[in-house]
Design a protein around this ligand. Structure first.
Ligand SMILES: Nc1ncnc2c1ncn2[C@@H]1O[C@H](COP(=O)(O)OP(=O)(O)OP(=O)(O)O)[C@@H](O)[C@H]1O
Length: 210
C-alpha cells in the first residue's frame, strides 16, 4: 500500500519525563527516542498512563518534569502541525456525512483533499453520504483512521487504534501503519493488543516501577 508521499524526517527524543494526573504521579524518568520509519507500542495496565503519555507527546498535557524534543520540525510552525493524535474519542461530527467529516479534517489540517481515496482505503467508500452519527462503532473508528490519510503528517499518536475493529479492520490498521513507516513516518500506539505490522515494533512499558 502506497498511500503517502515521502514524509519529512523527524526524530523524537523523550528525556526524564514525568507526568502527574491529579494527586498521582503516573511515571517518572521515562526515556525513549524514535527515528523516521520506527514504531513504538506503549504497554501497561489500565490507568498506567499510556494515554497521558500520548497527550504529553501531542502537547496537550504538561509534563511534571523532563523534555520532549522533535528534531527536524519547522520552528516557525504552530505546535502539533506535524502530528496526528487519534484518541478514544473519534472527533467525528455526527450531523455531517462521512464524506463531509473527512473533507472538514482535510480542510482544517491543510490536507491533500484525497477524501474519496481515503474513504475507499478505510472501507467506507460505499457510504459517503451517510450521516456519521449513524455509523457503527467499527465504522466510526475507520472514519477516524481516515483522518490520518487526508493530511499526511510524519508523527502518528494512536490510542487503541484497533478498538471496535473486526479482523479485516485490524489488518487494515497494520497496513496503514506499515505504509506510513515506509514513507518515513513514525508511529506510537497505546494498545493492549499486538498490531499486525510487517516488522516487529519496539515496546515501552509505561507506569511506575514499584
Ligand atoms: N484529567 C484527569 N484528572 C485526574 N486524573 C486523571 C485525568 N486524566 C486521567 N487521569 C487518571 O490518570 C491515570 C492514567 O490514565 P490514562 O488514561 O493515561 O491511562 P492508560 O494507561 O491509558 O489506561 P487504559 O489502559 O485504561 O486506557 C488514571 O488513573 C486516570 O484516572
Amino acid at each position: 500500500m502506497n498511500l503517502t508521499p515521502p514524509l519529512p524526517a523527524r526524530t523524537l527524543t523523550v528525556s526524564g519525563l514525568a507526568c502527574r494526573r491529579g494527586e498521582r504521579l503516573l511515571f517518572t524518568g521515562l526515556n525513549v527516542s524514535l527515528s523516521a520509519g520506527e514504531a513504538l507500542l506503549l504497554r501497561g495496565p489500565n490507568g498506567a498512563g499510556k494515554t497521558t503519555l500520548l497527550h504529553a507527546l501531542a502537547g496537550i498535557v504538561t509534563p511534571e518534569a523532563g523534555t520532549i524534543t522533535i528534531e527536524g520540525r519547522d520552528p516557525e510552525a504552530r505546535p502539533g502541525t506535524d502530528l496526528h493524535l487519534i484518541g478514544h474519542l473519534p472527533g467525528i461530527k455526527a450531523r455531517l456525512t462521512v464524506q463531509e467529516n473527512l473533507a472538514f479534517w482535510a480542510a482544517i489540517n491543510g490536507g491533500n483533499g484525497a477524501v474519496e481515496a481515503a474513504l475507499e482505503t478505510v472501507g467506507l467508500g460505499a457510504i459517503p453520504r451517510l450521516q456519521a452519527g449513524h455509523l457503527s462503532a467499527g465504522q466510526t473508528r475507520r472514519l477516524a483512521l481516515g483522518r490520518l490519510l487526508v493530511s499526511p503528517r510524519p508523527i502518528w499518536l494512536l490510542d487503541e487504534p484497533t478498538a471496535a475493529l473486526d479482523t479485516a479492520g485490524e489488518a487494515l490498521v497494520g497496513r496503514l501503519i506499515d505504509a506510513h513507516l515506509d514513507a518515513g513516518g513514525m508511529m506510537i500506539a497505546a494498545t493492549h493488543h499486538d498490531l499486525a505490522l510487517s516488522r516487529p515494533p519496539r515496546t515501552l512499558a509505561v507506569g511506575k516501577a514499584d
